[in-house]
Write a protein that binds this ligand. Structure first.
Ligand code: NAP
Length: 242
C-alpha cells in the first residue's frame, strides 16, 4: 500500500519541474492529485502522463476566481483535501537598482500572495490531519545577488508556515515549508547557468534533482511526519547548512 493511498492532494504548478516530479511521486504512492498551471497545453500533457489519478485545473495561483474553481474541483471529488503543496512560483534575476515597481509586485504576488490565498481558499476543504507544504527556498536564508524581492517573498512563505502551523493546529492540520537549493528544472539557459554555477558552493558538489525535492515533500505530506509542524526542510545538498 502506498504512503498516500486514498488521499487527495493539490499541487499548484504541477506541470513541470518540482511540481510535476512531486505529482508523479504522489500518484505512485496512491494519491489522487489535482494539479494546476497557466498553460493549457502543458497541463493537458501532464495530466495525460499522470493518468486517471490526476485532474488538471488551469489558472493562475494568484487569481481568486481560479482558486475558487480549484476548491470546487476538490469538493466535486467528495473526499476533502489531505495534502496541499503550494509549489507555483518563480523569480527574476535583476540587480537591486533596476527592479521596477511592477516586478516587485509580480514576484511578491507569485511567491507570497498566491500561496497565502491558496491556503486561505482551500482551508475549508482540509480534512483533519491534513498536511500543507509551502514552497520556500534557500534564497530565504542566504544573500543571493539579484534575488532580493524573490528572497523576501520566500522568507514570507516560510514565516507563513509558522503562523499557519499555529492557526490550523486546532484542526490537526500540519503546516511546513520546504526550502530547495539549486535544483535542475529550468529550460531557460540563463537560469540553468545560474543553477549550475551555484554548484560550486554546495558541499555535495552538484545541483539537485526535482525528484529529490519531491521525496522531501512526500515525507512532510505523509503520516511519517505526524509530529512535525512549523518546520522548514532544506533540500540543498548542504548549501545553507554548513
Ligand atoms: P518550473 O520548472 O518553472 O515549473 C513551474 C511550474 O509552476 C510550472 O508547472 C508552471 O506552469 C507553474 N506555475 C508558475 N507560475 C504559476 C502561477 N502563477 N500559477 C500557476 N502555476 C504556475 O519551476 P521549478 O524550478 O520547479 O520551481 C517550482 C517552485 O520551486 C517555485 O516556487 C520556485 O520558486 C521554487 N524553487 C525552485 C528552485 C530551483 O532551483 N528550481 C529552488 C528553490 C525554490 P505554467 O508556467 O504553465 O503556469
Amino acid at each position: 500500500m502506498g504512503t498516500l493511498e486514498g488521499r487527495t492532494a493539490v499541487i499548484t504548478g504541477g506541470t513541470a519541474g518540482i511540481g510535476l516530479a512531486t505529482a508523479r511521486r504522489f500518484v505512485a504512492e496512491g494519491a489522487h492529485v489535482l494539479i494546476t498551471g497557466r498553460r493549457a497545453g502543458a497541463l493537458d500533457e501532464a495530466v495525460a502522463e499522470l493518468g486517471p489519478s490526476a485532474t488538471g485545473v488551469r489558472g493562475d495561483a494568484a487569481d481568486p476566481a481560479h482558486l475558487a474553481a480549484l476548491l470546487t474541483a476538490v469538493r466535486e471529488r467528495g473526499r476533502g483535501l489531505d495534502v496541499l503543496f503550494t509549489n507555483a512560483g518563480g523569480g527574476t534575476h535583476t540587480p537591486f537598482g533596476q527592479v521596477s515597481p511592477d516586478e516587485v509586485d509580480d514576484v511578491l504576488t507569485r511567491n507570497l500572495s498566491a500561496p497565502y490565498l491558496t491556503v486561505q481558499t482551500l482551508a475549508p476543504a482540509l480534512n483533519e490531519h491534513a498536511s500543507i507544504v509551502l514552497m520556500s527556498s534557500i534564497a530565504a536564508t542566504a544573500g543571493l545577488p539579484g534575488l532580493g524581492v524573490y528572497s523576501a517573498a520566500k522568507a514570507g512563505a516560510r514565516a507563513l508556515a509558522r503562523t499557519l502551523a499555529v492557526e490550523l493546529a486546532g484542526r490537526g492540520v500540519r503546516v511546513n515549508a520546504v526550502s530547495p537549493g539549486y535544483i535542475d528544472t529550468s529550460i531557460d539557459p540563463d537560469v540553468r547557468e545560474f543553477v549550475r554555477a551555484g554548484a560550486a558552493t554546495i558541499p555535495l558538489a552538484r545541483v539537485g534533482r526535482p525528484e529529490e525535492v519531491a521525496a522531501a515533500v512526500l515525507f512532510l505530506a505523509s503520516d511519517d511526519a505526524s509530529y512535525i509542524t512549523g518546520s522548514d526542510l532544506f533540500v540543498d545538498g548542504g548549501r545553507n547548512q554548513v
